[in-house]
Design a protein around this ligand. Structure first.
Ligand SMILES: NC(=O)c1ccc[n+]([C@@H]2O[C@H](COP(=O)([O-])OP(=O)(O)OC[C@H]3O[C@@H](n4cnc5c(N)ncnc54)[C@H](OP(=O)(O)O)[C@@H]3O)[C@@H](O)[C@H]2O)c1
Length: 288
């Protein structure tokens, strides 16, 4: 059976290419009737559909939720997971300033843009309510901030902001979406950290704010590994490399493609058996 999904303005049209299903082609203007019939047809073929903000998800399609997905590493994760035919829940804090993500979502029908400022606990709860009953196979905590600091200056406000975004938010998000992850098949929680959060690797000092916020994230991930293991959920603490993004700067060693392709391979190979690792985009183990 071939299923085609499409959108025409606000009307959603679904075509089932199979002789006895042709009659189920309807427009969303006739949504109620359509929904009932399409569900009947789908249950016959053991496939369920969920209607989420005008986009249809085939339930056996894996899904991934990505934070901070409007630029940099997050945006590339969205693109490559969409190409892999995942249903991508692409979150960002300001939808009105997410032009690139918006055009990507127009190109791929399996990208859903959702608002989420990870530093706002209420936003996290609100989104968790919106996505109730939506299975999430992979959660990727990617959103992060860099605030400069040195021995001579480190703003307390910037420090607290960094802890909130880089360490507390990934914990709150994992907690809020735990039911969704448990409903998923793959059951993976991934956080994009930094080698700069490694205590063993700190041989040059400085960057007090960023380093300590990522060390805190690493510890959050360590605890999540233990707490989620019995639920069948695997965790991964990933360093993306030094990447050419707004944060990494143009002198960084690798481009976004290299980083994200590498990280997705590591995420693919994540299992309960190798859960809890701290590795880089090339699979190299990093000392905590
Ligand atoms: N680039 C590197 O070399 C490098 C190295 C090690 C680790 N990392 C880590 O990799 C991750 C992605 O970094 P990147 O290089 O892609 O950085 P980036 O280009 O600066 O992008 C950061 C992303 O995080 C989002 N974000 C920040 N605060 C947020 C909040 N409160 N709520 C929602 N989204 C928020 C930003 O959204 P806005 O557009 O709204 O600001 C943006 O989408 C970060 O966790 C970073 O620490 C990067």
């Amino acid at each position: 059976m071939k299923i085609t999904f499409g959108q025409t303005g606000s009307a959603v049209v679904i075509k089932f290419r199979r002789h006895n299903l042709g009659r189920y082609q309807k427009s969303a203007n006739n949504k109620k009737k359509f929904h009932k019939k399409s569900r009947l047809a789908f249950s016959f073929f053991s496939i369920n559909l969920i209607l989420l903000n005008k986009k249809y998800i085939v339930m056996n399609q894996p899904s991934v939720l990505i934070t901070g997905s409007n630029r940099g590493i997050g945006l590339k994760l969205v693109e490559l997971y969409a190409k892999k035919n995942f249903y991508v829940l692409a979150t960002c804090r300001d939808i009105s300033r997410a032009d690139q993500l918006d055009s990507m979502a127009k190109q791929y029908s399996n990208i859903q843009i959702l608002a989420l400022d990870v530093a706002q606990s209420e936003d996290i709860q609100k989104l968790a309510n919106t996505l109730k009953k939506q299975p999430i196979d992979i959660l990727i905590n990617n959103a992060g901030i860099w605030r400069s600091s040195s021995l001579s200056s480190a703003s307390k406000q910037a420090w607290l902001e960094s802890f909130t975004t880089n360490a507390i938010a990934p914990y709150e998000i994992a907690q809020a979406f735990l039911p969704n992850i448990l409903d998923g098949s793959l059951k993976k929680v991934v956080s994009i950290t930094s080698k700069m959060g490694s205590i063993a690797d700190n041989t040059s000092g400085g960057s007090y704010i960023y380093r300590s916020s990522k060390s805190a994230l690493n510890m959050v991930m360590r605890s999540l590994q233990h707490d989620l293991q019995s639920h069948g959920i695997a965790t991964l603490t990933l360093h993306p490399g030094w990447v050419q993004t707004d944060m990494g700067g143009m002198n960084a060693l690798i481009n976004v493609d290299q980083s994200v392709v590498g990280m997705m391979e590591i995420i693919d190979s994540l299992t309960l058996e190798n859960s809890g690792q701290f590795v880089d985009y090339a699979g190299k183990t990093i000392a905590w």
